[in-house]
Ligand binder design. Structure first.
Ligand code: ZN
Length: 321
């Protein structure tokens, strides 16, 4: 209703503002819900990429340690996921190479509840967390003490991958320069790594050329058996670790995808999850598409997301003697 001179009255202005606000909120809610719907990523097809063969006669063995887990809905892990619960394993991989014992990531420490309390509140409300035995404790049970480890190779420095470093004092922590910078200046998402104090960081470069379609590579033992490639996007210095073990090749992809559907479909995380955990979703998308192509062309390759417990359970587990 207009006033005597055709000017909107205060109650009409208030009503108009409320309608606009409601419309914006509905649009935002719609966009949020849309981001959970199935949508497969585009996969460019510029030719088949074959994996380089591993070295002959280098026996590399693997053993998985389960240090804890989170329960979250599948729809939170990848676009098109359902309402069912998924177990996000906090698993550590022990590589037994003739030249040394190497861990991929560190899982949960014995002090994981204190570490969890330092993480973003939104992440804590979207999942339920349980702890298990730390990697250090499980290694001790099979007679391996921290000084016997050649290092811990981080796929990235988020809290659930570095927590267990607290129980592995003095063990070299292998990171690239970009991830080291993220640890030092990465805000809330790398706060736990900073809070662990002075760790024995050892920086590596990507001194070799392209590998499996990724731009550069680092050969950990110098024999082609364990190759690290840059795959930033989840964090700036995230990596994929390729491990040749017999006829099998494993790609430990960290958190590029939380569940294997992320690579199989391929499908990225929904917007809400991406906006919390990924620094560059476009790079994550490109790397997922690349891994999808690689897996399709190389049946000997098993893609292992750090938190897909279903996949981790198919690998050899660390067993007490
Ligand atoms: Zn992460």
């Amino acid at each position: 209703m207009l006033g005597r001179r055709g000017v909107a009255q205060p109650d009409q202005k208030g009503e108009a503002v409320m309608k606009k606000t409601l419309l914006v909120l509905l649009l935002l809610l719609g966009a949020l819900l849309w981001s959970f719907l199935p949508q497969r990523l585009d996969v460019p097809q510029p030719g088949v990429i074959t994996l380089p063969p591993g070295p002959a006669g280098v026996p590399v063995q693997l053993a998985v340690m389960h240090t804890g887990s989170m329960q979250a809905k599948a729809f939170f892990a990848y676009r098109g996921g359902g309402l069912e619960d998924r177990e996000f394993g906090m698993d550590v991989v022990l590589l037994k190479h003739p030249r040394g014992l190497l861990l991929i990531d560190a899982g949960f420490a014995s002090a994981w509840p204190q570490h969890l309390a330092a993480t973003p509140a939104l992440l804590r409300t979207l999942s339920r967390t349980q702890g298990g035995e730390s990697a250090a404790l499980q290694l001790a049970k099979v007679g391996i003490q921290p000084p016997q480890l050649a290092g811990v190779l981080l796929t990235h420095a988020h809290w659930d991958h570095v927590s267990g470093l607290a129980d592995l004092p003095g063990v070299p922590v292998l990171v690239n320069a970009e991830e080291k910078h993220f640890i030092e200046h990465g805000g809330e998402m790398s706060a736990l790594a900073r809070s662990l104090g002075k760790l024995n960081y050892q920086l590596y470069d990507f001194e070799h050329g392209p590998y499996a379609g990724f731009a550069a590579s680092h050969d950990v033992f110098g024999d082609g058996s364990v190759i690290v490639v840059p795959a930033g996007g989840h964090t700036p210095g995230s990596v994929i670790v390729f491990v040749h073990s017999g006829a099998r090749v494993y790609a430990f992809i960290g958190d590029l995808a939380w569940q294997h559907e992320g690579v199989d479909l391929p499908a990225e995380r929904p917007w809400l999850a991406r906006s919390i955990v990924d620094v560059n979703p476009a790079t994550v998308r490109a790397d997922l598409a690349q891994l999808h192509r690689l897996a399709a062309a190389n049946p000997q390759l098993l893609i292992v997301p750090a938190h897909d417990h279903r996949v981790m359970q198919t690998l050899p587990q660390l067993a007490a003697p």
